[in-house]
Every structure is written in C-alpha cells, then in structure tokens.
Design a protein around this ligand. Structure first.
Ligand SMILES: Cc1cc2nc3c(=O)[nH]c(=O)nc-3n(C[C@H](O)[C@H](O)[C@H](O)COP(=O)(O)O)c2cc1C
Length: 192
C-alpha cells in the first residue's frame, strides 16, 4: 500500500513537519510503503496562469506524478487565520491545473481523483488547527479526493513532542494511528 505523506509547512521546527514524521514512521510500521516529501524540496512558484502558459514548472510536474502514483495521502496542515496556509493552496492549485495540450496531463484531476486522504493538523493553540481542516476538506473533495472521516487535531503542539520528535501522549499516538489505519483500510478497498 503506497502512502504519500506531507506537511503544509516549510518551517524548520514546524509542528506539522514533526507530525508528518510521526505519521510516516507509524505507517511504515503498519506495513505501508511510505513516500514522505517535504514541500520545501520543490521549486513551486505562486500560481500564475501567464507563467503556466509558458510551461508548467518541472517541480510541479514532479508533484503531479508523485501524487498520481500514490492512492493514499496524509496531509498535516498548520492553521493560519482559521484556515490552511497558502503553501497548501498553491501546491494543490498547481497540481489540479491541467497542462494544456498534453494528452495525459490535460485532465485536471488526474493526480487527485479517487485518492483516499487523511487530514491531520497541529497547532500550539488548544484547538490544534481543527478549523484549518474545515477549509481543507472541501478543497480536497473538489479535486475528487475521498476524505477519511477520522481526523485528528493535535493541540498544544509545543508540549506534544519529546526531544526525539516522538509524541509524548499515548492518546495522541492512538488518534494518529486511527487516521492512518482508516486511510490504509479505505484505500485498499477502493483499489479492488
Ligand atoms: C498568519 C498566521 C496566522 C495564524 N493563525 C492561527 C490560527 O488561526 N489558529 C492557530 O491555532 N494558530 C494560528 N497561527 C499559529 C500557527 O499555528 C503556528 O505558527 C504554527 O506553529 C504553524 O505551524 P507549523 O509549526 O507547522 O509551521 C497562525 C500563524 C500565522 C503565521
């Protein structure tokens, strides 16, 4: 079972990047073939249709291919102003924008259609970025993803990890595992 994991932050000490590491480790332990990417490793400009008309950037094509190849994704999103960050919006907008004239990639939802997606968030605040999820989920549905009903918002993130980047609380680990289990379960069934 191939699973793509990424966080919607490029910040060095990002809680969501830490959470994505935990997700990737746990999913590997559960037997998934995990690809854990960092969005900072992709050179993706702010979306601009004039720029796109001159050619979709190579790293956008890489992200399109990567997302296409993985039937399951888990996204760890920060919360900015009760929504998700521009980094995620920009990334997903590029991924879902058709490559005009390309016989394969002119399908706007080729990368995202039928993907089972688990959504987690982390924030130093008490709500754990839960409100970001309420905006991210409709976006994912719009690009024809199947969003796992089990989600998790890690609150008080500054106290949630130990020095090795592991989650301290067993309850938090169980919640993260529940999302992973559901995503892998649903993804296996959708592929039959
Ligand atoms: C512009 C901006 C808006 C923010 N708005 C919220 C918010 O609405 N709710 C919240 O819990 N945290 C908010 N935060 C704090 C982020 O949760 C915090 O910076 C967090 O560490 C970002 O995620 P990261 O650690 O994965 O980079 C905001 C931060 C910024 C920069």
């Amino acid at each position: 079972m191939k699973l793509l994991v990424f966080a919607g932050s490029t910040r060095l000490n990002s809680w969501n990047r830490k959470l994505a590491h935990v997700v990737a480790d746990m999913a590997r332990t559960s037997g998934a073939e995990v690809t854990h990417i960092e969005l900072a490793d992709f050179d993706v400009p702010m979306y601009n249709a004039d720029l796109e008309a001159r050619g979709t950037p190579p790293d956008v094509m890489k992200l399109k291919q990567l997302t296409y190849e993985h039937p399951a994704w888990i996204i760890c999103t920060p919360e900015y102003n009760a929504s998700y960050p521009a980094l995620l919006k920009n990334t997903i907008d590029w991924i879902s924008s058709p490559v005009k004239g390309d016989p394969v990639w002119n399908d706007d939802f080729r990368s995202s259609r039928g993907k089972v997606v688990g959504v987690l968030s982390a924030s130093p605040g008490a709500l754990g970025g839960l409100r970001s999820q309420s905006h991210l989920v409709p976006l994912l549905l719009n690009i024809h993803c199947w969003v796992a009903p089990t989600n998790y918002a890690l609150g008080r993130a500054a106290d949630a990890f130990d020095a090795q980047g592991q989650l301290v609380a067993d309850a938090a680990k169980a919640k993260v595992k529940a999302v992973i289990d559901e995503v892998l379960w649903a993804s296996q069934r959708l592929q039959r």
